[in-house]
Design a protein around this ligand. Structure first.
Ligand SMILES: Cc1ncc(COP(=O)(O)O)c(C=O)c1O
Length: 404
């Protein structure tokens, strides 16, 4: 589809939304959607389709859609398709899994969460721990450097640790903890490692075994897909868990975790999104997994270049502080403005068709730890469809804002 050098104009042509004219730096909240993802949703909705089964063509169609989506997510995350669970959102899946796991926790057990995380990977664990009488321990991060280190994690582990829930990348400041090293520490205690990959999956090639995640969660709407959530879990771990379920519904893994009828149209859209990403590296050789790796490598280069350009320009502007400074990070900038609320910049840029929202983006603890309360900052996130003109518009907007 696209040449090996990243052809951003061709990428952009797949997104009808971009024709509305805004420069989108709001992708960490959810990307725009390529036409072919919408087409897959539409064609699945209007096709003859029934509940999954093996008798009619309509039943088989639903089954094919589900199987294809599990394989697509398996390729994207290098995960076993048999451990791919679909749900409404990361938040819903995490609440459900925390509830299920907590049925086995007892007083004295320890549940470890972090101050860097989106609240979707904090509150479900805290609430479940409180209900079970388990103790919650908090991994801190350094607000100056924006780093969360393996030592910060080690400090909260003990032989009573049952689970460590940690983000693969902060949706507020982009920090990417060293997951593989942390996973070894977590596993040495015998605990499970639950990784929030919602922000990371849009920006990096994922291999759940390399990361060492027992359960890895992400949301396709952050990478061109529809609004749903996905957990890729180790099958042996999922087999051990007993979620609340209806009597007649399947007790097989992964179906055991999927409450009610799956949204077939959204699953078809998810497969289309994964195929779209695999096509970003043009006619790279190999199967879908190999093409996904090639795509994510050029996406990372493209997004990092735009991020660096933006950072250099922002550094020239006096009165703006860049809060996202970790060594290893996604292309996600958090900016604050000396003596002025970030909301003012958000509104000013929006009037010029530059969409960079200001908030704490549900990273409730992280924003407070950074000293930004609930206001957070202005978040500039990059997606594969951003181009140099978008960056020009952002920089001009910020420059004019600082002159006011
Ligand atoms: C890092 C991170 N975790 C979790 C979530 C919540 O995801 P969902 O909307 O699928 O519940 C988000 C959404 O912004 C996020 O950025």
């Amino acid at each position: 589809m696209l040449g090996m050098t990243f052809d951003v104009a061709t990428v952009r042509s797949h997104f009808p939304a971009l024709k509305e004219g805004a420069a989108h730096f709001d992708s960490p909240g959810g990307t725009q959607t390529p036409e072919l993802v919408a087409d897959a949703v539409h064609s699945t909705l209007v096709a003859a389709i029934a509940n999954r089964g093996t008798v009619t063509a309509a039943e088989l169609k639903a089954d094919e859609v589900v199987t294809a989506a599990r394989h697509a997510m398996g390729d994207l995350l290098s995960a076993d398709p048999a451990g791919v669970v679909f749900g409404r959102s990361m938040t819903q899946l995490t609440f459900d899994l925390a509830h299920t796991m907590s049925k086995e926790w007892v007083a004295g057990d320890e549940v470890v969460v972090s101050r860097l995380d989106h609240d979707g990977n904090v509150r479900p664990w805290v609430i479940a721990a409180e209900r079970a009488g388990a103790t919650v321990r908090w991994i801190d991060f350094d607000p100056e450097s924006a780093e969360l280190t393996p030592d910060d994690v080690q400090a909260q582990l003990s032989d009573r640790t049952r689970i460590v829930a940690l983000t693969g990348a902060s949706n507020l400041i982009g920090t990417r903890p060293d997951l593989a090293t942390i996973a070894d520490l977590v596993h040495a205690t015998g605990a499970l490692f639950y990784v929030d990959g919602v922000h990371l999956t849009a920006h990096a090639a994922i291999d759940v075994s390399d990361i060492g995640a027992d359960l890895f969660v992400c949301s396709p709407y952050k990478f061109f897909g529809p609004h749903c959530g996905v957990v890729a879990g180790r099958v042996d771990v999922l087999e051990r868990l007993r979620p609340d379920k209806l009597l007649p519904s399947s007790d097989a893994v992964p179906e055991r975790f999927e409450l009610g009828t799956l949204p077939y149209e959204l699953l078809a859209g998810t497969t289309a999104a994964v195929d779209f990403i695999a096509g970003l590296a043009g006619d790279a050789p190999g199967g879908r997994r190999a093409r996904l790796l090639a795509s994510m490598a050029i996406v990372e280069r493209h997004e990092d270049r735009l991020r660096e350009r933006t950072e250099e320009a922002v550094e020239e502007l006096h009165g703006i502080t860049i809060r996202s400074r970790a060594r290893h990070r996604t292309p996600t900038l958090l900016l604050t403005f000396d003596g002025r609320p970030s909301d003012d910049a958000y509104g000013f840029l929006a009037q010029r068709g530059v969409n960079a929202p200001a908030s704490s983006f549900y990273a409730y603890e992280a924003s407070r730890r950074l000293g930004l309360g609930s206001a957070g900052g202005l978040r500039v996130g990059f997606a594969p469809y951003n181009d140099d003109q978008d960056v020009d518009r952002l920089i001009e907007g910020l420059t004019d804002f600082m002159l006011r």
